[in-house]
Design a protein around this ligand. Structure first.
Ligand SMILES: *[C@@H]1O[C@H](CO)[C@@H](O)[C@H](O)[C@H]1NC(C)=O
Ligand SMILES: *[C@@H]1O[C@H](CO)[C@@H](O)[C@H](O)[C@H]1NC(C)=O
Ligand SMILES: *[C@@H]1O[C@H](CO)[C@@H](O)[C@H](O)[C@H]1NC(C)=O
Ligand SMILES: *[C@@H]1O[C@H](CO)[C@@H](O)[C@H](O)[C@H]1NC(C)=O
Ligand SMILES: *[C@@H]1O[C@H](CO)[C@@H](O)[C@H](O)[C@H]1NC(C)=O
Length: 484
């Protein structure tokens, strides 16, 4: 759904806070080179307090001469499963069979013994909102019924972006009447963004995270990607802290600064959680945005994306619905090129192969294309510059065309030769500066196990889509009006 966020001074505040923090990091790195470890600790603490009176978005980067204590490792038998929603009618030649998001949600609800916590943008699980009488709404309706039944038996908490008056609220009313606890988070008021996160924490043990909204279309009419991790209390405890932050904001209606210690984490890009994932030793962490919603130690979502790109050695594949080097919803207009610059930089400095698979549908803003063409112009085989862009179109029958806000590739992930990054954000500035989102970052670089890694599974999903008949190269001459 279109969410128009008016520009607000807070965007500036966020930006300045990030800049201040970046400066703080640079200063502390210089001092590392000059001082002893003891002196460093004192100086860094002083600088840190001086320059970042508020909670920092990420943990200070450890330098080679100063190792932070390793985060404790986890011995849970964590099992991760990649999930997809494939819109009705889409068929692929190569099979990469993954369970559906629908199956995983039902499984999670069947497993639930004590609690289900859901962070969500909006709820339209029945097709009352469209008046189309779509039989494909049945999966969403089953999810809603099952969750309502569960709400009477276990603790069900729902954090949802404060609904606009025009948005249907029947699902939330039903769940509330069935015993669920619901808190509306007014992110528009807090940071002039929205609560755009989509994840589940079940029994403080299993988690789901991904692009699907609590929307019937996300199960049968929109292409989505997510992951479920079973039997993983250490990761669930950490995602639980992000949920508790939304839960807190839903009640307090102000952003604490700094966040109380219970929201802090040891797990971030520098000291990830070490755990076995499908019997493969892995490094994992959860990133979050906006920075002002992050407890101490949490890696911001933007920092996580930039560092995953930095770490890539041979390729970076990105599949996102929207890509814009701008603040999409700001007035006056603002250019925002942190991600764009990083892609051009790693392409030039490290000759990394970059592929972007972007969605093209009726609601695509034409302003996206000149920027994508500009990025795709960084292509010259002789110089080994290799950025390519393709547009993915989900075809629709005349009947499917009647369904509003459907038939689109809504994925938000990135896969490199080392890392799988599964997120919930569109890729434009707003989603990292003012809007709440989060991502699961899985590093199985060191894997010698025979089981296929999440990274290789995600790579196969990307390659399947990239090579499919549904994607078209974006060239300078592409006639986009006819394509989408
Ligand atoms: C992502 O961007 C699109 C287009 O601006 C917008 O409609 C949508 O609400 C955004 N968020 C989601 C649900 O991914
Ligand atoms: C849930 O129901 C209670 C009692 O009927 C009501 O006071 C409350 O406002 C409802 N909350 C939401 C979010 O609908
Ligand atoms: C979690 O682990 C237990 C014990 O090994 C196992 O019986 C159960 O099936 C696992 N749960 C899931 C959802 O995989
Ligand atoms: C992934 O893990 C390897 C070794 O376990 C480490 O060297 C590398 O820096 C990690 N990459 C990222 C982006 O965290
Ligand atoms: C499958 O392969 C055939 C033959 O190569 C091709 O014509 C068709 O477009 C492919 N379909 C998809 C969905 O990629």
């Amino acid at each position: 759904m279109k969410t128009d966020i008016p520009y607000n001074q807070l965007v500036d505040v966020e930006r300045r806070r990030q800049e201040t923090y970046r400066k703080a990091q640079v200063y502390s790195r210089c001092i590392v080179a000059l001082a002893t470890v003891a002196a460093l600790l004192l100086a860094a603490t002083a600088l840190y307090n001086l320059l970042t009176p508020r909670a920092p978005p990420t943990h200070p980067a450890p330098s080679s001469s100063l190792r932070l204590p390793r985060a404790p490792s986890c011995s849970d038998p964590c099992r991760i499963v990649l999930l997809e929603s494939i819109p009705e009618g889409l068929t692929f030649n190569s099979s990469t069979p993954h369970p559906s998001i629908y199956q995983a949600w039902l499984h999670l609800m069947a497993e639930a013994r004590s609690s289900v916590d859901i962070a969500s943008f909006y709820w339209t699980l029945t097709n009352k909102d469209t008046g189309t009488h779509e039989p494909s709404a049945n999966q969403g309706e089953t999810v809603l019924k099952t969750l309502a039944k569960l709400s009477g038996k276990v603790s069900v908490r729902i954090a949802v972006n404060t609904p606009q008056h025009s948005q249907p609220q029947d699902d939330l009313r039903l769940l509330n009447a069935s015993g669920a606890n619901i808190r509306e988070v007014n992110v528009k008021k807090l940071t002039s963004g929205v609560l755009h996160t989509k994840f589940w924490v079940v029994d403080k043990k299993h988690i789901y995270i991904g692009s699907a909204n609590m929307d019937w279309r996300s199960l049968t009419q929109v292409k989505e990607l997510g992951a479920v991790v079973y039997n993983c209390s250490c990761l669930a405890a950490d995602l639980g802290k992000i949920f508790e932050a939304y839960w807190f904001l839903g009640e307090s209606d102000t952003v604490p600064s700094p966040w109380p210690p219970s929201f802090s984490t040891n797990y971030n890009k520098d000291t990830p959680l070490e755990l076995p994932l499908n019997n493969t030793p892995s490094n994992v962490y959860l990133s979050s945005s906006p920075p002002s919603f992050c407890g101490t130690g949490r890696t911001g979502d933007l920092q996580s994306i930039l560092s995953v790109m930095e770490d890539a050695q041979s390729f970076i594949y990105i599949a996102v619905m929207n890509y814009l080097p701008t603040m999409e919803f700001s007035h006056p207009k603002r250019y925002w090129a942190d991600i764009d610059t990083q892609l051009r930089r790693v392409s030039y400095e490290k000759r990394v192969r970059v592929r972007l698979l972007i969605s093209c549908w009726a609601s695509t803003q034409p302003i996206m294309f000149p920027f994508l063409k500009s990025l795709a112009s960084v292509y010259d085989p002789k110089s080994r510059l290799d950025i390519q862009v393709r547009l993915f179109v989900v075809p629709a029958t005349p009947q499917q065309k009647e369904i509003p806000f459907a038939r689109v590739n809504h994925n938000k992930y990135m896969v490199t030769d080392k890392i799988a990054y599964i997120g919930t954000s569109n890729w434009s500035g707003d989603y990292f500066v003012s809007t709440a989102g989060s991502a699961l970052v899985v590093n199985q670089t060191a894997s010698e196990s025979s089981e296929t890694t999440v990274q290789s599974q995600l790579q196969a999903v990307f390659e399947r889509d990239w090579d499919s008949a549904y994607s078209t190269p974006l060239t300078q001459h592409s006639n986009l009006k006819n394509l989408c």
